[in-house]
Design a protein around this ligand. Structure first.
Ligand code: SF4
Ligand code: SF4
Length: 324
């Protein structure tokens, strides 16, 4: 039975200036590869091993062997019977969401007005990040447990929370703890803790090897929309509304009706950066990490150019090097 090379549709080739990244969206990992790998794999797709070798000179056979071995070993492609291939349906890379807003950042201080959380519940936003200025407000977490939010992220200063008290809040999935004496990541009771020694929780769009998101929703989102600002809502301590903490103000959630807040998701001015993709950004468009990276549009290298590279990225895609 003739077997032909088939590339699995959970693989995305992300070509950079210097090298490529092969994103495996089934196993949430990536591989570095030379830029010639994509052309090789796609050129060989649908051919038998004999046909592939026949299309290269004998001197090239060792490298062909090496490339095929890489593709097979990492489950990027496989030789399969022709008849079996029709059973592999291609994955749609279209990003679709039923929500008007998908995530909200909520800043909470000691004067927090609980009317805000009930209004956000009516808007129906699945993911909420709460940045506590002081200690964690457990009463707020209890209210959230009974509302429609799917998952909660907490940002809090080291020493301002009690791990055992958090256990009963099932929706709390992630905790970002800043001003920690040690940097570490650990999972306990279905919650992931990220201890950071940052002095503040202010968001500055920092990009490091550790800020990448290797999963299908993030990659598909990045292919079509802005990977940070799309369908994001920010509510400040006094109820002010912004797209994110660093963008301009659009009224106050306590003064607007739920319908008026929902209307912002259709407002051209509010959503002006939602459609800027990494493929349009200077330097990022040549970077192999662009679909797993976050695109900060507030802290950029050239304030007069909305398509300039995020300021707080230390990666140089032309040299494939991270600066210290
Ligand atoms: S655009 Fe920048 S400042 Fe705004 S939330 Fe995203 S990373 Fe933070
Ligand atoms: S160059 Fe752009 S895409 Fe690449 S790591 Fe930096 S911010 Fe991300």
């Amino acid at each position: 039975m003739d077997c032909i090379l088939h590339i699995f549709s959970n693989i995305i080739f992300s070509k950079g200036e210097k090298r490529s990244l092969l994103l495996d969206l089934q196993h949430n990992k990536f591989y570095f590869a030379p830029n010639s790998m994509e052309a090789f794999a796609k050129g060989c797709e649908g051919k038998t091993k004999t046909e592939i070798f026949a299309s290269f000179s004998e001197e090239e056979h060792p490298i062909v062997e090496e490339y095929i071995d890489f593709l097979q070993k990492n489950m990027i492609a496989a030789f399969l019977p022709k008849e079996a291939i029709k059973n592999f349906t291609a994955i749609s890379k279209k990003y679709e969401s039923p929500y008007l807003f998908e995530n909200v950042i909520l800043d909470v201080d000691s004067n927090f007005d609980y009317k805000i959380i009930y209004k956000l519940d009516e808007i129906s936003i699945p993911y909420i990040q709460i940045r506590f200025y002081n200690k964690i407000d457990y009463q707020l977490l209890q209210i959230i447990e009974e509302l429609s939010f799917v998952s909660v992220e907490i940002v809090v200063r080291f020493g301002e929370f009690d791990k055992s008290a958090l256990e009963k809040y099932k929706k709390v999935a992630y905790l970002y703890v800043y001003q920690s004496p040690v940097e570490e990541q650990k999972k306990e009771n279905n919650k992931t803790y990220y201890f950071k020694n940052n002095q503040t929780f202010e968001c500055i769009g920092k990009v490091t090897k550790h800020t990448f998101s290797i999963n299908a929703p993030h990659v598909f989102l990045s292919l079509q929309y802005n990977s940070c600002l799309y369908k994001k809502l920010y509510i400040g301590t006094n109820g002010e509304i912004r797209n994110c903490p660093a963008t301009e103000k659009f009224g106050n959630i306590l003064d607007l009706t739920v319908e008026e807040v929902c209307q912002l998701s259709l407002d051209k001015h509010f959503t002006q950066m939602w459609h800027i993709t990494k493929d349009q950004i200077e330097e990022c468009k040549d970077c192999e990490f662009r679909y797993i990276c976050t695109d900060c549009r507030c802290f950029i290298t050239d304030k007069s150019n909305i398509y300039s590279k995020p300021k707080n990225c230390k990666y140089n895609p032309y040299a494939a090097e991270w600066k210290e």
